[in-house]
Design a protein around this ligand. Sequence first.
Ligand code: AMP
Ligand code: MG
Length: 367
Amino acid sequence: MTGVLETGRRRLVGIVSTLAGFGLAAASAGSFLASPAIAESTLATVERRAWAMGTRLVVTVAADRRAIALGASEAAIRAVAEVEARLSTWTHDSELSRLNGAVPATAVALSPELEADLFEAVHWWRETGGAFDPGVASLVDVWNLRGRGRVPTATELETSLSASGIRFLVLEPGTARIERAGFGIDEGGFGKGVALRSAAAAALESGAGCVVLDFGGQISMDGSCAPAWIDIADPSDRHRGLARLKMGAESVATSGNSERGLSVEGVRYGHILDPRSGRPAADWGTVTVVAKDPVAADCLSTALLVMGPREGIEWLRGRPEIDAVFVERSEEEKITATAGLESRLEVSGERVELLPPAQPRTAAFSH
Ligand code: AMP
Ligand code: MG
């Protein structure tokens, strides 16, 4: 988990981050809010870059003294490495890979951390009616989503769909067992969130005043950070910002296929699967989720992409703690956002439809 990364725009699917607010050089492109309060403060800032779980990590920490900021940034990177050692299925020796490789119907002892991760993933599977389903490893394999992509035959798809679904994981206190040969857990939809939460907690425990993390495009801010603006990019052109979102101490995750989609014989397929059909979810645009908890933001951006705007908007009703922005790809992008974002979402040119969480009402504004 080492390596220096290039600076500049680095969105996986849609957000251009601005690690800012405390007098940082705005190395990344995109909009930037220099908060006078912090920009003028004497906080020492450290920025570190690393590679983990198949994606990029940028850690920015501000603390009273540089030594504290350095220590806190190291603690954050160590915490991500621990989550990687536990959850990454990009390696064969993580705890999750070993569970995936276990003989079906045999109980496997779990570390308390993996047990908690799995219970949490199952929680979001239930909450989203199965749109988020971490038990899709057999489908990820059959579509070769980690490689160049391939279209499975009908029989292959049927076989791998029959081994897909987190229901084949039986969780008991301290142990888990897999009930179906060929079943596997894929951490792609929730691992970044787990790592972000753990890294932020480690940095704060080490004395960080503010920690900003960008992990493969999911951004989390924790501690007493000044608000920062991030851009929500056009799903068809990630270099074009469609909207700006003012972010506080919370996490923002975007799911979509604009960058990670695969092309097989000229047909585009996304890397997010609809667990019900076993096929890539419809490529309608991107969804950005804003939540206090990075794991919730991570799981829900994946789930809402699968649901699509209509079902997703229904799901969000009555869940005021979760905000989301749907950007539907069309000639004129359609942006739909939850009402909770009204005072901190700026849109250039396009119109936004705002959705109150409880009673639907339509308000449009433009800039
Ligand atoms: P994200 O970019 O956070 O939306 O996560 C997408 C990744 O999660 C994919 O690359 C797969 O590894 C995995 N995945 C795909 N479809 C699903 C799904 N329906 N539920 C949970 N994880 C998924
Ligand atoms: Mg996700």
